[in-house]
Structures are given as structure tokens and as C-alpha cells.
Design a binder for this molecule. Sequence first.
Ligand code: ATP
Length: 299
Amino acid sequence: MIKVNNLQRSYGSKQVLKGVSFSVNQGEIFALLGANGAGKTTTIECLEGLRKWNVGEIEVEGVSVAKSPDKIRKILGIQLQSTALADNMTAKEAMQLFCAWHSVTYRGDLLERFDMGGEYLNKTYVSLSTGRKRRLHLALALCHRPRLLVLDEPTAGLDVEGRNTLHQEIRRLRDEGVTILMATHDMAEAETLSDYIAILRGGVIAREGTPMELTAASDIQSRVLVKTRNDSLREILPHGLEKLETTPEGYSVFKCKDAAELLLTLLPHIQKHGDTVTDLRVARASIEDIFLSVAGGAK
Ligand code: ATP
């Protein structure tokens, strides 16, 4: 669906993108993850044809963004920044405007779908909550039935409920066949929502893969927490196993690369000592752990 090859962009003497390359498959939610200032918006706006770049190629469905921006606009739905609509414009008027601009018939159905119909139709933009503004923007972005939706920080500033609602909508769109490219610095969002993640760091894609691949291939270790009835792990441990700590709640904590392997040693040992497991928790490396290991904890 999208091919970005060796994208380079400088602002003055500062080179922000130093050769960004990635591909997005049709029907997936792709997250471009990066710290503040990493160049996510720059990458996305180049792809949307809104910003020029110095070197590299971007293709959407095989169409060059540089050569045919008009064709790209038909394929692509763009979620606006929150300042993009006039304060006194109503949701209905905004939809009328967008549909006219794209030369399609009015899409009241989309406003209904995103719970922006009924009483919200004639409310002014400025009077809407942040969550409703986002929903309106999503509805507007979809008015011409784009095959690709590009979202920049889709849930920034939303409360938990607003965020979950929007996540559900984004997943529903993906299930209906819309490809979604989203820029975010929200690790949890990237981990739960996306099918594929690319981490932008130092002007290039520093790491990429499915959330599972990224966490499984990591050198960062999982933590295994075990609590037993007789506390047999307090003194005697299987040969070769080292305990990290015992928590105040009585959990023995182990660090390992392979939790399954550790448990194969640990569980028979506990049984052999006439003890039983009362609670077991495995905390895998998260996307945040991976991100921090790539980003060195900062930009
Ligand atoms: P954030 O998460 O904070 O939105 P981002 O990853 O989207 O960041 P960009 O907005 O693409 O990053 O900015 C990347 C870098 O380029 C930043 O250092 C920014 O200050 C700089 N930059 C962006 N736009 C311009 C511009 N028009 N002129 C000069 N510098 C710019």
C-alpha cells in the first residue's frame, strides 16, 4: 500500500530524516513510533503531499506522491489537526464542505456512525469536547471512502473512555479493509492497536516488526514472579537459578530470556519440596522497554 524509500529531509542545516524506509501492507494498522521531534509529522506530511522532501521516493498503491499528488488525495484520508476548522462551523456544515471539496454526496451516515448526528449536528466546533472533535475529524477524513487513513497522534489528550472508543473505531475501519498509518509517541497505544510498528530514531527506522516480533526478539528479559504456599523458594533454589529479589508480598522474582524454560526448572523444584504455587505472573518486555532500549531513554 505504501512504500517509503530513503526519505531525507532537512530544515536549514538540521537533517531530520536521514534515509527513512518502510513499507505498509494493505489492511494493517501501522504505527510510526518516535519521541518528540523524531520526525513523525514530517514523514507523514511528506506522504500526504503536504511537505516537500530533499531525497527519496514515496509511493502509495504504486503511485508516486511527488509526481501525482492529485491521485494520492483520492486514495488518502487525512485527519485534520484540531485547529483546522473555524470555531463557529457546525459538524453538519463541516461535512457538507468536505463532501463538496471531494465532489461526493453528503455523508450524514458517517456523522451518525461516529456519534456526531442528532443533537451534535448543529453544534459549533468550538463547543465540542476534544473527544467529539476527534470523532468529527475522523468522519470528515472518511467522507470520500479513502483506502488509506493517515492519523497523527489520534488519541492525544483524550481520556481513557474516549481513547478506547477511538481505538475500537480504528480497529473497525481496519477490519473493513482501510489501511491505517498512524504516528504516535504513545507506546501503549502502538502496542495494543497496531499490527506493525516502526521506531523512528536518529532520522532512520531503528527497529521494526509486529509487536510480538519486537518484544520476542528483544534482549530485554522477562520477569517471572512466583508465590508459593510454604515459601520454599526463600532458601532453596534450583541449581543455576538466581533470584532477583523477594517482594514485600512474598513473590520470588526471577529475570530470564525464556520464561517457559525457567518454569520447566522451577515448577518441578517447588513440587519436589512439597510446596505448591499460589500465584504466578510473567511480565514480558513491553514496547516501551524496546523503545527505551532503542532510544536510549531520550530522543
Ligand atoms: P512530535 O511528537 O513532537 O510531534 P515529530 O516526531 O512529529 O514530533 P516533527 O514535527 O516532524 O517531529 O519535527 C522533527 C524536527 O524537525 C523537530 O526538531 C522540529 O523542531 C523540526 N521541524 C519541524 N518542522 C519544522 C519547520 N517547518 N521548520 C524548522 N524545523 C522544523
